[in-house]
Design a protein around this ligand. Structure first.
Ligand SMILES: *Cc1c(COP(=O)(O)O)cnc(C)c1O
Length: 397
């Protein structure tokens, strides 16, 4: 059965595959190869260096940033593309800390993605000013916010369990004590409605290869609240974020506005793939996507619980309290996921025992959900995961 946002015909999905991993790497929109081909041959090949002006490569990071902004409730001119999410986390945190020189604690939670915590640890160490990173359980975040905290840095949706923070409420709690709020939207952008402007947060970051289907290595984004855009310190002072990059001054002077968050030369081929991939969102609202995703998740949870008693739900039961993924715990989760993938149902595994399934209604419908559960039930009931080839761990899980 089709939901009202399904547009499977726009995606190039392999025959016989049910793809429940768009939360990790979105599939290929059909129009991307031709657009990339054209960029490579006509723009790079034909225009050479002139492409920066004639094909608007230079302004592309801001133009694509505005398109992403429209999907996350951010006004035009407040989102810039570039680099990887790890880099943008570093940049946002550094900018936040320079706004709060007298406070020395960064607060995050144990549901955050490790790279966010690693980048924070590296930054604080390098600053050498006695900063510390305080990591609490997700339920304890609100209680841990006090006037020692310089910045609260959280990922809205937990990559393992899908548990979702209340963005508006946490932001308000942080700002009440004068702390700067940074949201990571890696598992939110393109998955659910986000109201960045309404939340009032100072900074947000995210990637575009998950729910936004930009392809492996697609550039990340950073949002700076408009009233801070002319004062936020970009930390990574690259020439493309300079006020006059082609004046080649010896000294750094940040550009006005969000342009200052640029670092170096953008990945034009990859940015072009992303720009084209965003066309699949024409005419869809995130509210409709969210409603359809909740229907799919509710169907999946009900069918799995009825047919696969071996699995335990690891995600919040209330769909409003999670993002667009459902996770189940199973001791042999790694092997079971390999057996499932071998049979055309692609989800993924997160240590130690989480089987993770993403629901992306643009290309997944309720027939896919039933089909996936049929195969999952078969793998578990017949213990097909015992096959020796499912037990060796690959480099990327
Ligand atoms: C996927 C993800 C990342 C990945 O960072 P990259 O620099 O793009 O590899 C970082 N943080 C969170 C919260 C993520 O979900």
């Amino acid at each position: 059965m089709m939901n009202n946002v399904t547009r499977k015909h726009l995606f190039d999905l392999p025959e016989g595959v049910i793809y429940l991993d768009g939360n990790s790497l979105g599939p290929l929109p059909k129009s991307v190869p031709q657009r990339v081909q054209k960029m490579v041959t006509d723009e790079w090949g034909g225009m050479l260096i002139k492409g920066w002006n004639e094909a608007d490569w230079f302004t592309q990071p801001g133009r694509v940033g505005d398109q992403i902004g429209a999907l996350i409730g951010a006004p035009a001119g407040s989102v810039m593309m570039g680099d990887t999410l790890s880099i943008k986390v570093y940049q946002a945190l550094a900018a936040a800390l320079s706004m709060m020189p007298e406070r020395k604690v960064v607060l995050s939670d144990s549901g955050n993605f490790p790279t966010d915590l690693y980048m924070a640890q590296g930054l604080l160490e390098l600053m050498g000013q006695g900063h510390s990173l305080r990591v609490v359980d997700p339920e304890d975040v609100a209680g841990a916010i006090n006037d020692q905290i310089a910045a609260v840095m959280l990922t809205e949706v937990d990559y393992r369990t899908g548990r979702k923070h209340d963005m508006a409420a946490v932001t308000q709690t942080a700002q009440k004590v004068g702390a700067v709020m940074i949201w990571d939207l890696a598992h939110s952008a393109g998955a659910l409605p986000v109201d960045l402007a309404g939340s009032g947060c100072e900074f947000a970051v995210g990637c575009t290869y998950k729910y936004l289907n930009g392809g492996p290595g697609a550039p990340a984004f950073i949002y700076v609240r408009p009233d801070l855009a002319n004062s936020a310190r970009p930390a990574l002072q690259g020439w493309m974020g300079h006020d006059a990059p082609f004046a080649f001054d010896m000294d750094y002077r940040p550009a006005g506005g969000i342009e200052r968050m640029r670092v170096g030369t953008p990945p034009v081929i990859q940015m072009t793939a992303l720009e084209e991939a965003l066309s699949v969102w024409d005419g869809v609202t995130l509210d409709a996507v969210r409603a359809a995703a909740i229907d799919l998740m509710e169907q999946f949870v009900a069918e799995v619980e009825a047919r696969c008693p071996q699995l335990t739900l690891a995600s919040p039961r209330d769909p409003q309290k999670r993002g667009s993924q459902v996770s189940f715990r199973f001791d042999e989760g790694y092997a079971a996921m390999q057996a499932l993938i071998d049979r055309g149902v692609i989800g993924d595994f997160r240590a130690p025992d989480i089987m993770r399934f993403g629901f992306t209604p643009l290309y997944i419908d309720s027939g896919d959900v039933s089909g996936a559960v049929d195969i999952l039930a078969e793998v578990l009931t017949n213990e097909l995961w015992r096959g020796p080839k499912y037990r060796t761990r690959a480099k990327v899980t």
